[in-house]
Design a protein around this ligand. Sequence first.
Ligand code: SAH
Length: 258
Amino acid sequence: MSNEEYKNIHEFDFNLICEYFSSIERQGPGSEESTLKALSFIDNLNKESVIADLGCGTGGQTMVLAQHCAGTITGLDLFADFIEIFNRNASTLELENKVKGIVGSMDNLPFENESLDLIWSEGAIYNVGFERGVTEWRKYLKKGGYIAVTEASWFTDERPAEINDFWNEAYPEIDTIPVKMAQLQKAGYIPVAAFCLPEYCWTDVFYKPQGEAQRFFREKYPDNPTAKELLDNLNHEEKMYQQYKEYYGYVFYIGKKL
Ligand code: SAH
């Protein structure tokens, strides 16, 4: 296969995944309640505050933040179509003066050092890895600024081999809550809080709306192997969650830059 062909197939996969997720409000487990609970740990935001939401997707959590805190928010995502939907949502909600979506990558952020009061990132830091993300992003925060991210975490020290293997394949950096808190401390933050996202953030908010999206996708791409593989993977992931949810989930981690 030529490089060009490989690139085209790769881009097609990426576009297909993004098309699928564009049709649902959140692209990862989460909820308005969890976003607001995390926000309750953050002090001192005012209308001068500068906030970044990294890997914002179409902005489900960003709009909630904008409606409940002072300051301006830049949402950043690698995928331009998500940002287009993000900016459309901001304007529908009349938040365009507070919220702006830009295309960019979380491993090469367009912010000045010590310019941000708060870095937010739900269901997205895994793209660079938790430890690397919290370490590298720290320089963009002002002293006393906060970071609030969700990250897949083990709830127990031990777990069945099937789910252990599944995650080690998907995201080997998954670890227990004390390990993640220690990483936050080592990276130069006070570990302010950690709390587990409730089960409905996965079932009702993330998986349920996918039923409709999957029906639509099956009809639109009946013979497409990439689409089939995507749906098969998502269904397997959901099955794993149903079976093993007592062993893992998303955890919100909140740290304050020393
Ligand atoms: N925060 C949103 C989206 C989570 S899905 C929510 O909770 O609903 C993960 C997001 O990370 C996707 O929108 C994906 O496009 C984005 N992403 C992946 N790699 C990225 C990178 N290197 N830089 C910025 N965004 C990235």
